[in-house]
Design a binder for this molecule. Structure first.
Ligand SMILES: Cc1cc2nc3c(=O)[nH]c(=O)nc-3n(C[C@H](O)[C@H](O)[C@H](O)COP(=O)(O)O)c2cc1C
Ligand SMILES: [Fe+2]
Ligand SMILES: [Fe+2]
Length: 398
């Protein structure tokens, strides 16, 4: 796709990656992604904001060439991850003399990952500005809007904030701006869940800081540009808040149906008690869907049989993802079936030992669940419904 003008002198010069289906060899991309880069032409200087994934560097170069650029003065790098920085060597070669404008931590990461020389860098600090003549860039150091070196770039005169991963969505689209809002909301929430959620506390601080800035557009480096930024700012405020919903996320696996029978019973028991359930069979689910539910869930339940004395490896993997994504859920529980014994419960409770979630009484049954097992699941459902009702951080208005 060709370059797109946003305002006179500012163009999108990135690339859509319609076919990509996996990111970081981990994250499913059901709708592809985009790597957005932007070119700003000031009266005196030009600046490129971020680059693209190396697999699309030819598209970036073509876009820059079709703008008729023979030289570029600055390359602003907001984030060192290769989906935005990987085309830097190619840009350095195509535009000799270009200076990489970034913070010291990002310089360190760029040098270690891309083996760049010292003399190509133009270091900046928090709130530093850089004039392009009639336009001014201001840099805000905002660690952990993915990695520890991340920063934002604010184009003062146009009031446009370039945020790289922050507020992004993995979505290949011919829409330059966010238009299909339900679809983009879902993609942005998935992105938040997978990339940003572990840094919820830092993000909250950054959101507070952004209140000092008038923002007309948020130009991220994945997915469409927010030309009505309130929508995504409000969504982020909701996601990072301490409040959870009256929802239970159940992720389970079952080899022969015993754990499945327990899960089915628990789903009905919760629904009868007015609790919303999001259910994921780990054998078939897209883990990104599970991650989205972690943004809101008040309680997380892992359902697993015991396999070779341990949780089923698939459940263990999902539990590990839950742990590292650090959802704000208030409660957790384990249910499942075993044949003769093992350490399923210990392994899972050790895994979550540092978490702030309160562990509810587990329900482990031998073989297929009997009346006694179902009564234990009723008690678990009672406990979840009561806690959700009494906990001031659980939103009731659903
Ligand atoms: C490969 C395999 C390994 C197992 N290892 C154990 C074990 O170490 N300890 C145990 O108590 N049960 C073990 N079991 C038995 C299952 O935990 C038991 O059959 C359980 O009811 C299965 O639940 P499901 O129908 O939800 O898969 C194993 C079963 C399989 C198929
Ligand atoms: Fe990133
Ligand atoms: Fe990214």
């Amino acid at each position: 796709m060709t370059y797109r003008e946003i305002v006179p002198g500012l163009c999108w010069v990135g690339a859509n990656d319609w076919d990509r289906r996996l990111f970081d060899e981990l994250i499913p991309l059901p709708q592809g992604t985009s790597y957005n880069a932007y070119l700003i032409r000031g009266k005196e200087k030009t600046a490129l904001i971020d680059t693209v994934d190396p697999r699309k560097e030819g598209v970036l170069l073509e876009n820059l060439r079709s703008l008729g650029l023979s030289s570029i003065d600055y390359l602003v790098v907001n984030h060192a991850e290769q989906d935005h920085s990987g085309a830097i060597p190619c840009i350095l070669e195509a535009f000799p003399g270009i200076k990489i404008v970034t913070n010291a931590k990002c310089q360190e990461f760029l040098q270690s990952h891309l083996l760049l020389a010292d003399d190509v860098f133009y270091p900046v600090q928090d709130r530093d500005t850089l004039s392009l003549g009639d336009r001014t860039l201001e840099f805000l150091i905002t660690p952990w809007v993915h990695w520890p070196e991340t920063m934002l770039t604010y184009l003062q005169e146009d009031k446009i904030l370039f945020t790289c991963d922050f507020f992004g969505s993995h979505l290949a689209s011919s829409d330059l701006y966010a238009r299909d809002l339900p679809r983009i909301y879902e993609a942005s929430k998935r992105y938040y869940a997978e990339i940003m959620m572990p840094f919820r506390v830092n993000i909250n601080t950054h959101l507070e800081r952004l209140k000092d800035y008038e923002i007309r557009m948020i130009a991220t480096s994945h997915g469409p540009i927010w030309d009505d930024p309130e929508f995504i700012l409000d969504a982020y405020a909701d996601w990072v808040s301490d409040r959870v919903k009256n929802e239970v996320m159940i992720a389970y696996v079952s080899m022969h149906g015993s754990t499945r029978a327990m899960v089915d019973y628990l789903v009905d028991a919760l629904v009868k008690r007015g609790v919303t359930v999001k259910l994921y069979n780990l054998a078939v689910t897209d883990l990104g869907e599970m991650a989205i539910s972690l943004v809101d869930a008040g309680t997380i339940v892992i359902g697993t049989p015991t396999v070779l004395f341990n949780p089923h490896p698939t459940a263990l993997y999902a539990a590990h993802l839950v742990r590292i994504l650090r959802p704000k859920a208030r409660y957790a529980a384990v249910i499942g079936s075993y044949g003769w014994g093992g350490k399923t419960l210990r392994v899972l409770s050790d895994m979550f030992s540092g978490s702030t979630m309160k562990f509810l009484d587990p329900v482990l049954v031998k073989g297929y669940p009997t009346e006694e097992g179902f009564r234990a699941l009723d008690r678990l459902a009672d406990s979840i419904a009561e806690r959700h009702r009494d906990d001031p951080l659980v939103i009731k208005d659903q």
